[in-house]
Design a protein around this ligand. Structure first.
Ligand code: NAD
Length: 473
């Protein structure tokens, strides 16, 4: 199929590359010219395991192209994905300005050659599907009235007798990929959700995803099919429910982590170990062990903004979602936990050198949006500490995106440890699980290790002569 993906960010780029791997003709459009240039040269602007390879083979086989030209890209496509950002506004609402611009531009670009499907993949407040439909229609009507005044070569005059409203349909297809395993998540998702009001939309999307639903495609070398993975459930529903499914999923996952952190804070006070406690209650089939890791809290581009948006939607309808507000509150508090632990062990923070192990909001990504590391670094700097940091991938991006944060960036763990009074594990990158504690201890001014992700064995760290503090243990 001919597919246009608008917005070549974490979601759009992965979606486009994976759909091209399935043999679709995909054109990814973005307003960022530099990004499009890099992508056209086969260079990914983001770090995502397996993406470079998909990108390059997609380009070589001619199934994947990149452009800044929205109108022509739309006209050559039958399915048009909207995958632009919906970042949070300061009042907690989702900023829909990018979606609005794109929806209007789609309307203005549509011709009447054949019916097209506009698919919203961006995470948007409930009702946005209907709103996008209205905006596309407005753009289309503008285009139709313009066409009346112009000559017959105008793209929307080539086919007579088709009413503007019928020439496009809007569907919701929320995205559930996780950065760091986005390719695997796209090829082997837990489910595909399709929200639509008509069969045309549902059938087109089902047809597009058929190789994934039936698992008939040849996996790329970077994302082999998991053993026993044979089919993907499809949830077809109405637009509002599809939009709500995305918010509910993120709100639940964030709540699960905040719940684990709440229990961890109580564990710490009563002398229990959260790791043991989670092992015990996570084995309950109704609960499950995943997303129960206590630590410095969740971050990233989605959880915070999506819960804020959901709280805002609820408030708009006169409902106070107190559980969701608590989820956010617990998470905010959790980001202070490393600071309390540093105060407890070092007493004076002013003038001390603190090394942060990890900056990205989670391992295997370079994404720093709402990363706990930023808040922790900011607080330490405000308290008068010297802050060093090492992230295997995100050092350079952090330096570029946050020039205000006076962090000293280290090239590896040992450079980081040099002259530090304490180290704090902020992101659970794999390499931090295997620290050479003896060597690190020799380089540090005092041997204090705050394990903000509970990845180390406290006994081993203590045995190496460190003061170890985990979260909830
Ligand atoms: P992103 O910021 O990485 O990418 C958005 C892209 O859209 C940018 O490259 C930007 O230049 C481009 N853009 C903005 N306006 C445009 C326009 N008018 N025309 C063309 N391109 C335009 O965002 P993302 O992380 O990919 O998220 C996209 C959406 O998907 C958001 O709604 C997000 O909530 C949702 N989502 C994200 C994730 C994730 O892990 N990142 C997971 C699931 C859902």
């Amino acid at each position: 199929m001919n597919v246009c993906v608008i917005g070549a960010g974490y979601v759009g780029l992965v979606t486009g590359s994976c759909l091209a791997h399935l043999g679709n003709n995909v054109i990814c459009v973005d307003i960022d010219e530099q990004k499009i240039r890099a992508l056209s040269d086969g260079r990914s602007p983001i770090y995502e395991p397996g993406l470079d390879q998909l990108l390059q083979t997609g380009l070589q086989r001619g199934y994947l192209r990149f452009s800044t030209e929205l109108a022509s890209s739309i006209r050559e496509s039958e399915i048009i994905f909207i995958a632009v950002g919906t970042p949070p506004l300061s009042n907690g609402k989702a900023d829909l300005s990018y979606v609005k611009t794109v929806a209007q531009e789609i309307g203005r670009a549509l011709d009447l050659k054949h019916r097209r499907l506009v698919v919203n993949k961006s995470t948007v407040p409930i009702g946005s599907g209907n709103w996008v439909e209205m905006l596309v229609k407005e753009g289309l009507n503008e285009n139709l009235s313009l066409a009346k005044q112009e000559d017959a070569s105008h793209p929307i005059r080539r086919q007579d007798g088709t009413k503007g409203e019928e020439i496009f349909m809007v569907a919701s297809n929320p995205e559930f990929l996780r950065e760091g395993s986005a390719i695997v998540d796209t090829f082997y998702p837990d489910r595909i959700v399709i929200g639509a009001t008509n069969n045309f939309a549902t059938e087109r999307l089902r047809a597009l995803y058929e190789p994934i639903i039936e698992q008939t495609f040849t996996p790329p070398p970077s994302a082999p099919r998991p053993a026993g993975f044979t089919a993907v459930p499809v949830v077809t529903t109405d637009l509002a429910s599809a939009e709500m499914i995305k918010y509910a999923a993120n709100a639940f996952l964030a709540t699960k982590i905040s719940f684990a952190n709440e229990i961890a804070n109580i564990c710490e006070r009563v002398g229990a170990d959260i790791k043991e406690v989670v092992r015990g209650f996570g084995l309950d089939g109704r609960i499950g062990p995943r997303f129960l890791n206590a630590g410095v809290g969740w971050g990233g581009s989605c959880f915070g903004k999506d819960i804020s948006a959901l709280i805002d939607i609820a408030a708009e309808y006169g409902y106070d979602p107190s559980l969701l507000r608590s989820t956010v509150e617990v998470n905010k508090r959790q980001r202070h936990v490393p600071l309390y632990k540093l105060q407890e062990t070092l007493k004076i923070i002013k003038g001390k050198t603190i090394g942060l192990l990890g900056l990205a909001f989670k391992p295997e990504t370079d994404d720093l949006r709402d990363a706990p590391s930023l808040e922790i670094a900011r607080q330490l700097l405000e308290m008068g500490a010297r802050v060093k940091a090492y992230d295997p991938i995100a050092n350079e991006l952090c330096c570029r995106q946050h020039p205000d944060l006076k962090i000293e960036y280290a090239g590896n763990v040992q450079d980081l440890a040099l002259d530090c009074d304490a180290l704090v594990i902020v992101t659970e990158w794999e390499e931090f699980r295997y620290l050479d504690l003896n060597r690190i201890g020799e380089l540090m001014r005092s041997k204090v290790l705050i394990d903000g992700r509970n990845v180390l064995d406290p006994d081993a760290v203590n045995a190496a002569g460190f003061k170890y503090r985990g979260v909830g243990r």
